[in-house]
Design a protein around this ligand. Structure first.
Ligand code: CP
Length: 317
């Protein structure tokens, strides 16, 4: 692969390679020096046209741990404000020597457009999708997968989620994280149960992946006997007013609370990609419960997983 734009075509073998590579970088990160010379003289440009805390910082840290140079860009303080286009911005960074572009944009397809232009120019530049609109967020789904892999510690990554029930609850409609996770979790063997109000869970999702995917318009059947609960943020910034539910009502009907967690498997764990609306999609005390919440581990996993992605793409011919 030259680019990481979507998980739609990822194979089980590719997930397995990614998990094993991330595991070796997790070991590197546990050492005192934490750094390897794998991407020396390579330049990673983080082009974030939409806000980010975790993704941007962990791509930057991952690149630095691999000894690459990093360039950071924020739309509001850039020449975009003077009318420069996104493509010209990307080409400007390539002209400075960037050979890996990490791109986030509020419109679906922007990283794909930039990747196509880079291929046309034959400059050997790789593009990573760091979240495009409501479409996909591949590195988030991969770090979620790695978090589960580490927790379950299987002897092999092959189909390591076989037999597991994973509930994804929340604003599915606007969630690029949910889309990417549907590909990765089902390919690795899990059955995914989606739950949201009808306005946030379109019926076509049921046809998305056949029998590995079940849709619910109430939360309880999704949570019953679930091994993992992934809760998603209500993306108010992507909702028109008529779609936005009352936050109190949403919490009452779909919020992950201690009472509702009792429906799940006794060893259930909770994931959330962040950022969290505390007390809306999840009660504040659950979020901070170290016995139940994997939220901090997800953030930690992000560095090793992004090192693995940068390494695998940056060292391929
Ligand atoms: N999960 C995620 O993408 O978080 P950020 O928006 O902070 O990068």
């Amino acid at each position: 692969k030259r680019h990481i734009l979507s998980l739609e075509t990822f194979t089980a073998e590719e997930y397995e390679t990614l998990l094993e590579t991330a595991d070796s970088f997790r070991e590197v990160l546990s050492r005192r020096t934490k750094k390897v010379p794998a991407l020396q003289a390579q330049v990673v440009a983080n082009l974030f046209f939409e806000p980010s805390t975790r993704t941007r910082s962990s791509f930057e840290l991952a690149a630095k741990r691999l000894s690459a140079d990093t360039l950071n860009f924020a739309g509001s303080s850039s020449s975009l404000t003077k009318g420069e286009t996104i493509l010209d911005t990307a080409k400007t960074y390539v002209a400075m020597g960037a050979n890996i572009l990490v791109i986030r944009h509020r419109q679906a397809g922007v990283p794909h457009t930039i990747a196509a232009e880079m291929d046309r120019l034959e400059g050997n530049v790789s593009v990573f999708n760091a979240g495009d609109g409501q479409h996909e967020h591949p590195s988030q789904a991969l770090l979620d997968l790695f978090t589960l892999y580490q927790l379950l510690s299987p002897s092999s990554p092959h189909q390591f989620l076989q037999g597991k029930k994973i509930a994804i609850v929340g604003d599915i409609l606007h969630s690029r994280v949910a889309r990417s996770n549907l590909y990765s979790l089902t390919t690795m063997g899990a059955t995914v149960h989606l739950a949201a109000p009808p306005t946030l869970l379109p019926r076509e999702f049921q046809e998305f992946l056949g029998e590995k995917l079940v849709c619910h318009w109430q939360v309880e059947p999704a949570l019953t006997d679930a091994d993992f609960i992934m809760t998603l943020r209500l993306q108010k910034e992507r909702m028109s007013e008529h779609l936005l539910p009352s936050l109190r009502e949403y919490h009452q009907q779909f919020g992950i609370t201690r009472d509702r967690v009792l429906l799940a498997h006794p060893h259930v764990k909770i994931l959330h990609p962040g950022p969290v609306n505390r007390g809306v999609e999840i009660s504040s005390d659950l979020m901070d419960d170290p016995e139940l919440s994997l939220i901090s581990q997800q953030v930690t996993s992000g560095v090793a997983v992004r090192m693995a992605l940068l390494y695998l793409i940056g060292t391929s011919d």
